[in-house]
Write a protein that binds this ligand. Sequence first.
Ligand SMILES: [Zn+2]
Length: 413
Amino acid sequence: MNLRDLRVNGRRLRSTLEEMAKIGATPGGGVQRLTLTDEDKLARDLFVKWLKELDLEIIIDEMGSIFGKRDGKNNDLSHVMSGSHIDSQPKGGRFDGILGVMGALETLRTIHENEVETERPIVIVDWTNEEGSRFAPAMLASGVWTGVLDRDWAYHRTDINGRRFVDELERIGYRGAFPAKEWPVHAYYEYHIEQGPILEREGKTIGAPKGIVCLHWYDVYLEGEANQVGPTPMAGRHDALCAAAEMILKLNQLPAEMGGNMVATVGEIENYPNSRNIIPDKVHFTVDIRSWDDDLSLQAWEKVRKDFEKIAQRRGCPIRIEETWRVEHSPFDQRLVQRVVDTAKELGYPAIQMISGAGHDASYMNQVAPTAMIFVPSIGGRSHVEVENTKWEDCEAGANVLLQCILQSANES
Ligand SMILES: [Zn+2]
């Protein structure tokens, strides 16, 4: 048969996704499958069972990432890899991450049942702890695999209850023996929901991100002066929460002033002692700045940092700032990105190039192998929420693009 005519089974993909969505299902229609919890273990067990049905060689590495390898005609050639993550946000959606793993599984099922032989081996992967909401930072296992993060450092990350990553990995039975260390990859494709509104707005089915924006994280600590709220006059107060409020709005206005598709967000705040009777004397909040332009993001930060310092001074609330994490913007392999667009168009799906505003395991993979992603529309642009949704026909479309891209890469000499 002509490989170009091969298509995935959309109904099977749907029922696979529905089966997975039962694990950690929330009353609001989403899933909660935090990394290395019992729900994560159940989903992993089911995934491994499905991999076994395809006679794949299953590898579980020291970070708990699960790989399923299908032999090629020449196993000395570097592999074609595809996957994403099974873990979710707290009260997350039914598509984020899991679509990329089940989409890759569907392509392998299609290849398997049609007895297609490829030149290169094909590997499917579930990366441990992509979300980073239980153990920070995000993309932990792909970070270790690609040599950016240290394994032992990762092992000692703790959750909010003080449980260590390595102990939880052991507890759910997914601490493998295989070294979490990169091996040669010829091409890495990650299939994912867009998590934004652009494809829907443009009426496109497939998005091929030309890369991922830079990501700058900061932590701001403010000190004020606590006092009884009643007897203390307004004049002369040192209210740390009011200082934070001014800063948060300053940050919110920053992208409009800077331009360049920048976004800036305060998503987390802690207020102390957090009592209606006491003027707040301590506040911590986070800052997240993203853009395709690294320099512009740094300039924006310098500008807003000065504003923060002025506000802190005027309100008599000393400020301390930590520059927590910076990841440069990461352009994907232009040849593979173009292949995603061309393949989508050949299959009759409207497609565009775009930019990914979210981080993915693909950003670390991009540092060690030619990488591209395939996006499908998120209904209403919503993600990391229970109502996250994508049309089944779009799920199928993305999987068909993935299948054809994998086949092309896997038959390259
Ligand atoms: Zn994701």
